[in-house]
Design a protein around this ligand. Structure first.
Ligand code: G
Ligand code: G
Ligand code: MN
Ligand code: NA
Length: 254
């Protein structure tokens, strides 16, 4: 596969980078954090979407070095923003299933936090619902270890996997991220609205916050506000931006 060999060299050649999407606190309207999202600028193909290259990276094991690059770059960038007075700000980073299961993840994280000086509670790790439910009992143990380090934890793409509600209670995570496939229809489709409302109530009853992703319209914002959702993320506020773009966005929205 052409993509695979190209992906091997992409890291060395500096073709991978992060973009960042703002997360807005619904009550205060403040930008409280960003989610780091990988971007690959291929020398010939141009921009390759993560939906295309992340699965290749997963299958080949390249995701471990790519994921390490993402964690390290995200923390370095956060430290820089904080030193420039752009904090307080939290950084959310996506973890692939393989990264999440890797036994040296806690020591890797500890090294990155120490090297960058980022406080653990400012880093949030997003684990997809399907990777948590793949082996829920060991997921609970991994999540507990990470939680004890002081990092924040979120279940990503919530509602798309086969989550057992009894496990959800046992996952020591701070947040649920409602998948954008449910957010899309909340103001037009009564089933999407019911699912989103029930997810928010459930999360709150379990002591967790809720992030709605893929928020694109004012009507969706209004619905989520009515349901006491905590944090919003989506094109309505901003698409994922370069680091420089985030600095301008923060300057304009604070
Ligand atoms: O904007 P978007 O096209 O960036 O992202 C598409 C998918 O790729 C999302 O499901 C997102 O979680 C995933 N993704 C983006 N960046 C990363 C990353 O750094 N690590 C992992 N594992 N997945 C990522
Ligand atoms: O799966 P995960 O939540 O990590 O991935 C986030 C993905 O959602 C990225 O591909 C990002 O570019 C995309 N995204 C972010 N905001 C919006 C939005 O408002 N609408 C849509 N359709 N996609 C979005
Ligand atoms: Mn995510
Ligand atoms: Na998601």
């Amino acid at each position: 596969l052409v993509l695979e060999s190209d992906l091997r060299t992409a890291l060395e050649r500096d073709e991978l980078m992060l973009h960042y999407q703002p997360q807005i606190d619904l009550k205060s309207g403040d930008v409280v954090g960003v989610e780091a999202l990988l971007r690959w600028r291929h020398p010939v193909r141009g921009a390759v979407a993560p939906d295309v290259f992340i699965p290749v990276a997963e299958d080949t094991g390249l995701i471990l070095s790519i994921g390490e690059f993402a964690l390290k770059s995200a923390c370095e960038q956060l430290a820089l923003w904080i030193s420039q007075g752009l904090g307080p700000l939290r950084m959310a980073v996506n973890l692939s299933a393989r990264q999440f299961k890797q036994s040296n993840l806690p020591s890797l994280l500890a090294d990155i936090l120490a090297a960058t000086g980022v406080a653990a509670h400012l880093l949030e790790l997003e684990i997809t619902e399907s990777s948590a439910m793949d082996d829920p009992n060991s997921a609970i143990l991994h999540l507990r270890t990470l939680r004890e380090m002081g990092v924040k934890l979120a279940i990503d793409d919530f509602g798309t996997g086969y989550s057992s509600l009894s496990y959800l209670k046992l996952f020591p995570v701070n947040r649920l991220k409602i998948d954008r496939s449910f957010v899309r229809g909340i103001d037009t489709d009564s089933e999407d609205a019911e699912i989103a409302a029930a997810t928010i109530t459930l999360a709150h009853n379990l002591g967790k916050e809720v992030v709605a992703e893929g928020v694109e319209t004012e009507a969706q914002c209004r619905f989520l506000k009515g349901q006491q959702c905590d944090i919003l993320q989506g094109y309505f506020f901003s698409e994922p931006l370069s680091a420089a773009g985030i600095a301008s966005y923060l300057a304009a929205n604070r």
